[in-house]
Write a protein that binds this ligand. Structure first.
Ligand SMILES: Cc1ncc(C[n+]2csc(CCOP(=O)(O)OP(=O)(O)O)c2C)c(N)n1
Ligand SMILES: [Mg+2]
Length: 680
């Protein structure tokens, strides 16, 4: 047998094989075949109603297997999409593990049975949990690649990240790269372009693989992409290495991907590989491509099938003979049978486990650990000055903190700071931080909200502590999907394997003279609807210090709402309460005690309630005021206590009257506290 092998090795045409030996060529075919058979088995299981959905990697196996030879398992960071089964197998995910997700098993490493099949994720191999949203991965991958460069320069941040919760999954190596993939259709998402822009601007070690199967469900590529070729469109991006390959040919793919990987590893910038692949099994089992593809089209595709082409090639070139191919396939078939049996026998998650990993199991920001004594000093600060002072103290304590957004830097042209004072935010909330902590920690982003949040998610997933800014609440909407479908659910959907404890600071609210309809919006209830996200809204400078510090030190994503009308008011100022002052989430503040009527409020209405209460007191009415200050979670006990005490309640808030935040509070009071009460 050994001598036979030697004969075969001697026959291999090395340049034609791009230097790959017989063993590697066999491994390539084996993985491609294994991936296809796992898809086939899932399809069978779906038809038997044993799984609920199937989306295959068929036709994509060659380029993703080739990529798997080049990426370093557990070193490079992987943002795959659903057709990357072969890549995941190459990186170390086992056949049983891929099927555990299909059956929704408790031990599915991607999600603990919470996501649909083929939503890859595996902390051991740095495969980051993927949602169903097409395109969200691009900006997160950019954030992850920014973390690569950040850790290169700041080893202390890496040490701190390793000590934080889930620190066992924080890793970094000098020549690591980040991989992100999608289909041709997903490149139409704005996030693709936002990501490319950042990757090229910052020369990120980010490798894009676009697996172009010619269709996005039923929409052909020429309708999807101007000119029909994403590589042609992206060639003018500065510093982007762009290459195109036949993604059904593993050897051509290997050669092309190798150059791209090398380009990124050598820190020359990002690279994009545009691979032409096929999609023989329709979009998913819920789709029938015969409805929109002609028989001729489908037949032409069948001729390009990577599996049949490569097995023929291996035999023709004398790498394997027909009998060896058959033996290998029989072995894989048996492995797939065993894997399916094991997956079908696997335990399901318990019903009670559904609530696990919505929030961090390690840090409870509502706990007594966040109660602290203020140690006041210095002149009184306004709310906006307190934001800057608190950020500054936290940055000196924790090198993982990065600050970015629109206009947050003092001056992007760092040398200008010798001559100019610096901007530091349109409200000056981040003034002086770049000057003090450097342009790699405090920097301006392009004007692109989805990527501000998406990049923050990528950085936070890798252990950093981004504090990103959305300049005005009115412009948060491009980031909505990143917030709703990614930021607040990555921990839950990965069953606790990944998290994104970023802080998103947002200037919110009205009462800004001349602000008009697009500088005055509120809408906090939209975000308190999002499980996994903490939402706080301080009304005083002291609470800014306490709650912002808690936001940074906690292990959940936090939306930190800063009412811009309150930024510079004299009535809510405070001396600085010291570098360790925190306020727990979910604890209301008693603004003023009274006996006859309660006002439950927060934000800009706290002061207005105080003014109204003073007027009422003059008329002989005793008013109690509660400032919720934390909206999710909120302090139901404080609400119940004051309502039970006064038996009359006004819920005063700036958000929409109908379907607004206060409507929920009023409804709960009506439902749970039976007594006479008045609602305004
Ligand atoms: C944001 C978003 N919009 C729509 C969908 C529904 N959807 C899922 S896959 C898909 C087509 C993706 O096509 P492409 O990127 O070419 O990948 P392919 O499936 O062809 O590999 C669509 C529209 C989604 N999951 N997410
Ligand atoms: Mg496609």
């Amino acid at each position: 047998m050994a001598s036979q092998t030697r004969v075969k090795v001697a026959k291999i045409d090395a340049p034609k094989m791009h230097g790959l030996d017989r063993e590697t060529l066999t491994r390539i075919y084996r993985t491609m075949y294994l991936s296809r058979r796992l898809d086939d088995r899932e399809i069978q299981l779906k038809r038997q109603n044993k799984i609920y959905f199937q989306i295959s990697s068929a036709g994509h196996e060659a380029v993703t297997t080739a990529m798997g030879l080049l990426l370093r398992p557990g070193v490079d960071w992987i943002y795959p999409y659903y057709r990357d089964r072969a890549l995941c197998l190459m990186l170390g995910v086992t056949p049983v593990e891929t099927l555990l997700q299909a059956v929704g098993a408790k031990d599915d490493p991607s999600s603990g049975g919470r996501q649909m099949p083929s939503h890859w994720g595996h902390p051991k191999w740095n495969i980051v949990s993927k949602s169903s949203c097409t395109g969200t991965q691009f900006v997160q991958a950019a954030g992850a690649a920014e973390a690569t460069l950040y850790y290169d320069a700041r080893p202390k941040a890496l040490e701190q990240a390793k000590k934080a919760p889930l620190g066992k999954y924080v890793n970094h190596e000098r020549d690591e790269i980040v991989y992100v993939s999608s289909g041709d259709g997903a490149t139409s998402e704005g996030e693709f372009w936002e990501s490319l822009n950042t990757a090229c601007t910052k020369k990120l070690p980010l490798l894009y693989l676009i697996e172009d199967n010619g269709y996005a469900i039923s929409v052909p590529v020429e309708v999807q992409t101007a000119g029909g070729s994403i590589s042609r469109l992206t060639r003018s991006y500065p510093g982007l290495h762009v290459a195109e390959c036949d993604g059904t040919d593993p050897l051509e793919s290997y050669a092309i991907c190798k150059e791209a990987v090398q380009y990124c590893r050598e820190r020359r910038g990002p690279a994009l590989v545009h691979a032409h692949v096929t999609r023989p099994y329709s979009h998913s089992l819920s789709d029938d491509e015969k409805l929109y593809k002609t028989a001729a089209e489908r037949e032409a595709e069948a001729h390009r099938d990577p599996l049949s082409k490569f097995s023929l090639f291996l035999v023709r070139e004398g790498v394997l003979d027909q009998k060896e191919i058959e033996e290998l396939e029989a072995q894989v078939d048996s492995e797939v049978r065993d894997a399916a049996d094991a997956a079908l026998a696997a335990e399901e998650p318990s019903i009670e486990s559904i609530r696990m990993n919505v929030y961090s199991p390690d840090v409870d920001p509502t706990s007594a650990a966040f109660e602290a004594q203020a140690r006041f000093h210095g002149a009184p600060k306004t709310m906006v000055e307190m934001v800057a002072a608190t950020l500054s103290d936290e940055m000196s304590r924790d090198e993982r903190i990065t600050i970015f957004g629109e206009d947050v830097a003092d001056a992007s042209r760092h040398d200008n700071l010798e001559q100019v004072k610096g901007k530091g935010g349109v409200f000056k909330a981040t003034a002086g931080l770049q000057r003090k902590y450097g342009p790699d920690r405090v920097f301006n982003s392009p004007l692109a909200e989805a990527s501000i949040v998406g990049r923050a998610i990528g950085m936070a997933t890798r252990g950093l502590k981004p504090v990103a800014e959305i300049q005005f609440f009115d412009y948060i909407w491009p980031a909505m999907m990143q917030i709703r479908d990614e930021l607040c659910v990555i921990r839950w959907r990965s069953n606790g394997a990944f998290k994104a404890p970023a802080v998103i600071r947002v200037a919110i609210g009205g009462y800004l003279t001349g602000g008009g309809v697009y500088h005055s919006q509120s809408g906090e209830s939209i975000f308190t609807h999002c499980p996994g996200l903490r939402v706080v809204m301080p009304s005083t400078a002291l609470d800014v210090a306490g709650l912002l510090r808690t936001a940074i030190r906690c292990d959940d994503p936090v939306m930190f709402l800063e009412h811009k009308h309150l930024y510079r008011q004299p009535y809510n100022r405070s001396e600085y309460p010291g570098p360790d002052y925190t306020v727990p989430f979910g604890k209301a503040r008693m603004v003023k005690e009274g006996t006859q009527v309660s006002i439950i409020t927060y934000g800009a209405l706290v002061h207005r309630a105080e003014v109204a209460a003073a007027q009422l007191e003059r008329e002989g009415v005793s008013v109690e005021i509660i400032d919720l200050r934390s909206l999710s979670p909120y302090d139901w006990e404080a609400i119940a206590a004051t309502v039970r005490k006064t038996h009359r309640v006004i819920v005063a808030y700036e958000d929409m009257l109908s379907w607004g935040y206060g409507a929920e509070i009023a409804a709960r009071i009506g439902e749970e506290l039976s007594m006479s009460w008045t609602l305004r």
